[in-house]
Design a protein around this ligand. Structure first.
Ligand SMILES: Cc1cc2nc3c(=O)[nH]c(=O)nc-3n(C[C@H](O)[C@H](O)[C@H](O)COP(=O)(O)OP(=O)(O)OC[C@H]3O[C@@H](n4cnc5c(N)ncnc54)[C@H](O)[C@@H]3O)c2cc1C
Length: 598
């Protein structure tokens, strides 16, 4: 059974050497966010993730949740870890000081978020959803609602959920039926049943604040008739504490293949009192504040699980003795060599390493833009950062969760038969990872968002903007002999990507099916290109560091991994490009009946 160790050396490499968060904060006039402070957060955060959280991960999977009389009990250790998370101030870290937060930058703290997801992804969901709900209330709710809910939620005394899904309304939220009837006092009576609600009921907090999508009586059909409401489990009393029950009941929890310690609840709302957030019938737009935040959070879950799977794999590959190296014994004193001597095992390990370390750069690069969007004093720069975040969000969510499936599956493979049995723990990672391409908008939906809205919706400008950023990095590092071949390769593919984007744009004018037919492959291409960019920059910085200290193994490994990425992973772009060009006709050729087995 593996144990988790926070990858602090690599996180610091990305935070300081690649992206230089400290310098950015200085440019925004936030000198107090210096390296010492950032490192302090990383060190203490690592301790929390390793010592407090990680020991609960296996327990949560083994023990699961107890459901009795509408109440959910979390696994042993969960409440203690949650209380500690609140008491030690982790939960208030990024929230606005106006509501009791510490105002630390949310982009940088993604590094801590990754550690929490590695430590225990199922546990992290409780506070992660609260954070997303808090941001949504802050952005869209009337002042009195903010005053009532935000101080409690920021402290973690009350938690949050997002209630979108209904039995007949998953991806297609336009179908949802939950009703909101106006009441004389300006509040609304919410009635309906939501399914699959994460953390809809649990014993970690004194109150649970549901953000519920529902329809007003005169609402137009479809997505233009959806409004957003705050519906607490317990109504706030005169002192602002959790008071009378509000007709919100958990009917059951799902039995699932993964994240078994995160309750996935059927939630019944019966004339429950709700407060409107944002304007009537514009609830979906408000909910996007929550969804975009949660989408990055799900990408981070993929990243955290990939890191953990990689750590388990490398430990096992050094320990397990099977066969001899093809070039002769490496450990003649032992009955066999460790499996890390075999090229095929190395192929798997290096692929994991390339995805994990590249994915970390992508997450934190997005984080740097998030901080710029909030803190930059230049309005134009803030707008550019927001455009970049919009483009990167479906990639972080869609690509890094697909990557997590591959990396966790490779972990099982590296463990051989031992990977398939429960004892080693890696099968849990694969099971936990499987939900990440599904929830928060399936990866098919992320792909449509990327190609349809973010690329074609901007007339291709977003793709050109990101390409220009990549070219800047190629110019910065391309003259280094170690980086030049990588830059040439990336430049060639960048040109091909631009051409493909134009071709698909032309095809899309002929039929919208062409967008749907190409979208998933396009998202994969975008993901591989982003990681190509990340690895180019990592190779550039590592080369410069090696010039100062040629024996530094950390930087040597960076260069080897970058070359592995460019030689063996980036070429996947070619097959995805061919598939993206194949068009919709073949996919749409069969009638639904013709699909059936004869
Ligand atoms: C463990 C878990 C936790 C969850 N937590 C929450 C939560 O906290 N709150 C919440 O509201 N929901 C939650 N969900 C619901 C989750 O977000 C949905 O399952 C997801 O959005 C997909 O909806 P669906 O399951 O109805 O699938 P469907 O919408 O039925 O989709 C089935 C398949 O069809 C594809 N598809 C559907 N429509 C289209 C389209 N227009 N174009 C192309 N492809 C399409 C999908 O990509 C998918 O592959 C959770 C689900 C699970 C399993």
């Amino acid at each position: 059974m593996y144990s988790y160790r926070a990858p602090l050396r690599d996180i610091r490499f990305v935070v300081h050497e690649l992206l230089d968060f400290e310098q950015n904060y200085r440019a925004y006039g936030r000198d107090e966010l210096n390296r010492e402070l950032l490192d302090g957060i990383l060190d203490e955060g690592a301790r929390f993730a390793e010592d407090v959280l990680a020991p609960t991960n296996r327990v949560g999977d083994e023990y699961g949740l107890k459901f009795e009389d509408g109440q959910v009990s979390t696994p042993p250790g969960f409440k203690e870890a949650y209380d500690r998370y609140c008491e030690d101030g982790w939960i208030t870290m990024t929230a606005d000081p106006e509501w009791g937060g510490q105002g630390l930058p949310g982009g940088f703290t993604l590094a801590f978020g990754e550690m929490l997801c590695s430590g225990n992804m199922a546990w992290k969901m409780y506070s992660g959803l609260t954070e997303s709900a808090t941001l949504t209330i802050e952005a869209h709710a009337p002042d009195d609602v903010k005053r009532t809910y935000l101080p409690k939620m920021v402290k973690g005394e009350w938690s949050g959920t997002m209630c979108l899904t209904e039995a007949h309304s998953g991806t297609d939220l336009g179908l949802l039926r939950t009703k909101a009837e106006p009441r004389a006092d300006g509040t609304f009576a919410i009635t309906g049943t939501k399914i699959f609600i994460s953390a809809g009921e649990h014993d970690l907090t004194k109150n649970i604040v549901h953000l519920v999508l529902a329809r007003l009586p005169d609402a137009p059909p479809g997505t233009r008739g959806i409004s957003l409401f705050v519906v607490p489990k317990f109504l706030p009393d005169a002192n602002g504490d959790a008071g009378a029950a509000n007709g919100v009941r958990c009917g059951s929890i799902e039995h699932k293949m993964g994240i078994r310690a995160s309750p996935t609840c059927v939630m019944h709302f019966n004339d429950s009192v709700g407060w409107l957030i944002g304007k009537a019938n514009e609830g979906l737009a408000c909910m996007f504040t929550m969804m975009n935040h949660a989408r990055l959070g799900v990408g981070l879950q993929g990243q955290g699980l990939s890191e953990l799977a990689w750590q388990a794999s490398i430990a096992y590959a050094n320990d397990r003795l099977q066969g001899r190296a093809m070039t002769g014994p490496k450990e003649p004193g032992k009955p066999a060599d460790p499996i890390i001597v075999h090229p095929d095992v190395r192929r798997m390990l290096l692929t994991q390493k390339a995805f994990v370390e590249g994915g970390r750069v992508l997450c934190l690069l997005t984080g740097r833009e998030i901080d710029s969007a909030h803190m930059n004093t230049d309005a134009d720069a803030r707008r550019r950062s927001n455009d970049l975040i919009a483009f990167l969000t479906p990639i972080v969510k869609g690509f890094l969760t697909d990557v997590a499936m591959e990396v966790t599956s490779l972990a099982v493979q590296i463990h051989g038969g031992a990977g398939f049995i429960r004892e080693t723990g890696v099968e849990q990672l694969m099971r936990d990872a499987r939900i990440t391409p599904i929830y928060e908008g399936t990866n098919g939906v992320q792909a449509l968002d990327l190609l349809g809205r973010k690329v074609f919706g901007t007339g291709g400008k977003s793709q050109q903007m990101i390409s220009a950023r990549i070219v800047e990095s190629m110019q910065k590092f391309g003259s280094l002999p170690e980086v030049a071949p990588l830059a040439a390769e990336l430049g060639k593919r960048l040109e091909q990507w631009g051409k493909l984007t134009g071709e698909l744009g032309a095809a899309a004018t002929r039929s919208p099916d062409e967008v749907g037919a190409a979208a998933t492959d396009y998202l994969q291409i975008a993901g591989y290109m982003m990681l190509g960019w990340c690895w180019l920059v990592a190779a550039g910085v590592a080369t410069k560091k090696l010039a100062e200290n040629p024996d530094d193994d950390f930087y040597k490994a960076k260069l080897v991994t970058a070359r592995h990425y460019f030689a063996r992973i980036l070429p996947r772009v070619d097959s995805h490009s061919a598939a993206a060009r194949a068009g919709a006709a073949g996919l749409m050729a069969l009638t639904a009946d013709q699909f059936a087995i004869a």
